[in-house]
Design a protein around this ligand. Structure first.
Ligand code: 13P
Ligand code: SF4
Length: 303
């Protein structure tokens, strides 16, 4: 509508004035993906944040993503449209709890999914995202690995290594909503459609999938696979890009509950206000940031 078009123009003008870049995750509302300079999965967004020359980063995503951007580019102003955009899974592990687990397993190396707070990252050896988790685990020189916080992603990567993985009991409420029966029902309705899911899904759901990948990986698979329809097991915000990249294909979401409410608290109005007021800013304590940065940088070095 007209109001949105006006807001978008204002945002683009402010972006120039502020020397800002707009980054957006694939789960963000379409109106935010439309104004983004770069749309990506967690890994792609972290890389962009580390490499950009812009002075200001408007991060349309959840808090841990903005925090990683600030850690990787501490001299830049990092804004988030709404600081209440959190990730319940990231909140399932805290630094004290992780320290206690490390004390029980002194020889273990610690891998943090990027869906963690800066305080937790500071306690870890290396980060990973869903797109590089297998490579990261294979790069680790230790027989025991503590894996925080996603037990489902941890279970998935454990199939690719002989190392002992000690799982934290975290999970994503949104992906957890998909049950194996949902996939079985969808396959009965759409027998020709390959099933593509995110590794945050339950093991029994992952087992039924034809392909398991990060959001960017799901997009790539649907773009490159010669099928007219797909069953999708991830958050619905990805539909915007699926449709944009493959307008003639059909995408059936495995459950009606695949919405991450946290991702949706950001909107165009709040993005505009953030660029106008340069608030809310993401700040990370300097000592924590230094330690967390090592863990993120190790991840960025894994090929
Ligand atoms: P991706 O890294 O695959 O984009 O996933 C981020 C996320 O929060 C998944 O729920
Ligand atoms: Fe966190 Fe799940 Fe939302 Fe991703 S989809 S931000 S893991 S709650």
């Amino acid at each position: 509508n007209n109001i949105n078009e006006e807001l978008k123009q204002k945002i683009l003008d402010l972006k120039k004035q502020r020397n800002a870049i707009i980054l957006a995750h694939y789960y963000q509302r379409a109106e935010l993906q439309e104004i983004a300079d770069y749309i990506g999965d967690s890994f792609g967004l972290a890389k962009q944040a580390a490499e950009t020359d812009a002075k200001v980063i408007l991060f349309c995503g959840v808090h841990f993503m903005g925090e990683s951007a600030k850690i990787l580019s501490p001299d830049k102003t990092v804004l988030i449209p709404d600081e209440r955009a959190g990730c319940p899974m990231a909140d399932m592990v805290d630094a004290d709890g992780l320290r206690a687990l490390k004390a029980k397993h002194p020889n273990a190396k610690v891998v943090a999914y990027v869906n963690t707070s800066a305080e937790v990252k500071a306690e870890t050896d290396i980060c990973c995202t869903s797109s590089n988790a297998v490579k990261v685990i294979q790069s680790i020189d230790a027989d025991e690995i503590i894996w925080v916080p996603d037990k489902n992603l941890g279970h998935y990567v454990s199939q690719f290594t002989d190392k002992k993985i000690i799982l934290w009991e975290g999970y994503c409420n949104t992906h957890d909503n998909i049950r194996a029966q949902d996939i079985i029902d969808m396959k009965a309705k759409h027998p020709e459609a390959p099933v593509v899911v995110h590794p945050e899904c339950r093991p029994e759901v992952v087992e039924l999938a034809d392909h398991v990948a990060s959001t960017a990986g799901i997009l790539k698979f649907c773009r490159e696979t010669d099928s007219q329809e797909f069953i999708i097991g991830t958050e619905m915000g990805i539909e915007y890009m699926l449709k944009k990249e493959s307008p003639n294909k059909q995408f059936h979401f495995a459950s009606k509950l695949l919405i991450c409410p946290n991702m949706k608290v950001n909107n165009l109005k709040k993005a505009h206000r953030a660029l106008e007021t340069l608030e809310p800013k993401i700040e990370v304590d300097a000592e924590i940031a230094t330690r967390a940065k090592k863990s993120l940088e190790r991840m960025l070095e894994v090929q």
